[in-house]
Design a protein around this ligand. Structure first.
Ligand code: PLP
Length: 447
């Protein structure tokens, strides 16, 4: 029998037959409140009329034009808008079809930049443990998610690894936040020196860590320290904003809140809010100028680069975000959501931390609140939360803990920016129900 390959090869997911606003409906008539935007994608909710109209009109004019032959108004206008909204001189934009492609593009652009500068010996990227940067081989190599990497390890390039900035679980009680932050920066500097600064291409990190840690922002001053080290040793700072970017944290770019300008930024997910598969890379002027003045080409490219319909969808999404003042809405609703979560779970014995920025919110689940001991990962609490949430008509994005206890199970919430306070109330009520059911399902009797 011919079959579509699903993520879970044993159990097919329900069939989505219709999606509108905050909801997705399946073929059995069940309706799910989308509290995670899928995987932090659907920032405008579903079936937004402006985006549908923009896609329809682009399809009628130019559905496809290969980027080796033509550019399009949609792609040019999108690039201008992204660059205008970006910090500093991040004013060159390359359009691709998703987050992993954006990361691959960022890695290759950074490498070619140094090759064209007569530094071909630079071949090492530095990234953080417990990071996720995508599933293609370059992006997977960059990421530190051990479970995802394991089967492919022999195929992956070497990446130098440092600790994440994960205060809740990794700051020793004996250290102040400042000391913890300073320690992480010392670790990064030592890593750069170990590898040899002349061999390093760049340091890559998510400004707010999404899938692997659950909406973990850095401690104050961390990214300023990163920027200073990158400048000191002449290496590039690559910000992976695939999940946290495009308004999700309340500013168009999450890194704006850190007061630094990366050399390269990768975007995906919320860029076109799921209406089309699209990603982008922004680069500072000197990077692109070096290639322009050198070989004159970026040795990269995919068939669907700068796809006109994808660009039109992303452009429409960005226009709606601006017209409807959705960045301010994200900030305000994020405050409300975290307050509601604290009211519901602030003293819950198994919710250790409630965190995040804007409508990018994480709950870390713990066996013991005081010691912060995570649940045994074999219990697969995160999977139970997801399944029970679906039973309760709720979509959330949970992730599992690690065997060595360096990360607990967490639940990521990333609702559409159009969520009302009533929607947020529903999300918290259904989550409360789902968490109780999941804990009952995984906890051995009597505990
Ligand atoms: N980078 C980050 C931070 C991500 O969260 C993801 C996906 O979850 C990616 C890159 C890869 O994006 P995609 O799944 O669109 O390839």
């Amino acid at each position: 029998m011919t079959q579509l390959i699903h993520r879970n090869l044993r159990v097919a997911p329900p069939t989505a037959v219709c999606a509108f606003g905050m909801y997705v409906r399946d073929g059995d008539g069940n309706t799910y409140l989308d509290a995670s935007g899928g995987a932090a994608v659907s920032s405008l909710g579903h079936s937004h009329p402006d985006v549908l109209a923009a896609i329809g009109s682009q399809l009628k004019t130019t559905a496809y034009a290969h980027s080796a032959f033509f550019t399009t108004d949609a792609a040019e206008e999108l690039a201008t808008r992204l660059a205008d909204g970006a910090p500093g001189d991040l004013n060159h934009v390359y359009l691709v079809s998703g987050g992993s492609e954006a990361i691959e593009t960022a890695l290759k652009l950074a490498r070619q930049y140094f090759v064209e500068h007569g530094e071909p010996q630079r071949r090492v990227f530095i990234a953080r443990r417990q990071s996720y940067h995508g599933n293609t081989l370059g992006a997977l190599a960059l990421g530190g998610n051990e479970w995802r990497r394991k089967p492919f390890e022999p195929l992956l390039m070497d990446v130098a690894r440092v600790s994440p900035c994960y205060e809740y679980r990794e700051r020793p009680a004996s250290q102040s936040v400042e000391e913890y932050t300073a320690g992480l920066l010392v670790e990064l500097e030592h890593k750069i020196l170990d590898v040899g600064p002349q061999n390093v291409i760049g340091f890559c990190a998510e400004p707010v860590v999404g899938a692997t840690l659950g909406a973990v922002a850095a401690t104050p001053g961390y990214f300023q320290g990163v920027r200073a080290l990158c400048d000191k040793y002449g290496i590039l700072f690559i910000a992976d904003e695939v999940m946290c970017g495009m308004g999700r944290t309340g500013t168009l770019y999450a890194i704006e809140q850190e007061g630094v300008v990366p050399d390269i930024v990768a975007l995906g997910k919320g860029l076109a809010a799921g209406y089309q598969p699209v990603g982008a890379v922004l680069a500072r002027a000197p990077i692109v100028e070096r290639l322009r003045g050198g070989s004159g080409v970026f040795q990269h490219g995919h068939t669907y680069n700068a796809h006109p319909v994808a660009a039109a969808a992303a452009l429409a999404v960005q226009k709606v975000i601006q017209r409807d003042a959705l960045l301010a809405a994200v900030t305000a609703r994020g405050v409300t959501l975290r307050r509601m979560l604290r009211d519901a779970f602030g003293t819950h014995p198994h919710v250790g931390d409630i965190r995040g920025r804007g409508l990018f919110v994480g709950l870390e689940l713990v066996q013991d609140r005081d010691t912060r001991r995570p649940f045994d990962p074999d219990l697969k609490l995160h999977a139970a939360v997801k399944a029970k949430a679906m039973e309760c008509g709720l979509m959330v994005y949970p992730m599992g803990g690690t065997v060595d206890g360096r990360r607990g199970d967490h639940i990521l919430l990333a609702p559409p920016f159009i969520a009302t306070d009533a929607d947020l109330g529903q999300i918290v009520a259904r989550l409360s129900d789902a968490l109780a059911r999941a804990l009952a399902a995984v906890r051995p009797a009597g505990q």
